[in-house]
Design a protein around this ligand. Sequence first.
Ligand SMILES: Nc1ncnc2c1ncn2[C@@H]1O[C@H](COP(=O)(O)OP(=O)(O)OP(=O)(O)O)[C@@H](O)[C@H]1O
Length: 266
Amino acid sequence: MQSKQFDEVVVEVKHVSKHYKIAGREDSVKALNDIHLAGDSELLPIRRGEFVMLRGPSGGGKTSLLNLLGTIDRATEGVIELFSNPINVDSTDEYLAKLRLEKIGFVFQTFNLLATMSAFENVELPMIILGKLNEKERKKRAIELLTLVGLQDRLDHLPSELSGGEQQRVTIARALSNAPEILLLDEPTGDLDTKNTVEVMDLLLDLNLKLKTTCIMVTHNPDIECYADRILYIADGVFEKQVFNTEQTRLDYDEYIAYLNSQAGH
Ligand SMILES: Nc1ncnc2c1ncn2[C@@H]1O[C@H](COP(=O)(O)OP(=O)(O)OP(=O)(O)O)[C@@H](O)[C@H]1O
């Protein structure tokens, strides 16, 4: 695989802290403490096309950071810059909602598909909300995206009529519907078996390489670190270290199963 070229900076994190107030208590939970990913630090900002994984112990602050990057939550201190636009306590809800709809795709562990809508309708919905495409264009794009994730034969299936891996593929197609710049993924393979984990990771890597979509993914699974360009380890609300992969590689399903079986024997 050729070494990747990254384009402009899309995410900077400048001295960000996140503290949660607990009702009825004086002290607060310090989930993130002065974290910094920027041009002036060893921990570099995230550039377009980069695939970054967030790893570390439970409670370390991974989801808190992902929520700040997704503008679902706001930092207590410091500034997140997305596409050179500062996101802080002064950003209006309206501005953030538009930014999310146009530029950020979300994929969660639990698939969060609308149960009464088909795969096709789930993928079409964000395009209807954004309102940029007409009906014919939306239908064409929804079919293209479901084809891209290998579900061209499942357009009319309800989520309950799809396997876990297929549902996660629909979620990924839905997250891509408005052509986001960034895909934020919170344990997307957490509920999947080994086969579907490999398939979903292969799909994400294909999308990352083909569409140059920046991927920022929380995972507890060390075996899939090979798919990332960079792994950031977070513990106790700070970055412990970063590791770069010289190239992104895929897991071979048969070899991975053999490896898991050998580990289970010990
Ligand atoms: N809404 C909240 N209110 C209060 N405390 C919170 C809230 N969300 C998270 N926390 C606390 O902040 C800290 C960081 O949590 P966070 O979910 O970011 O960690 P994590 O690394 O994603 O953990 P996990 O791997 O278990 O998902 C934890 O101590 C958690 O209990």
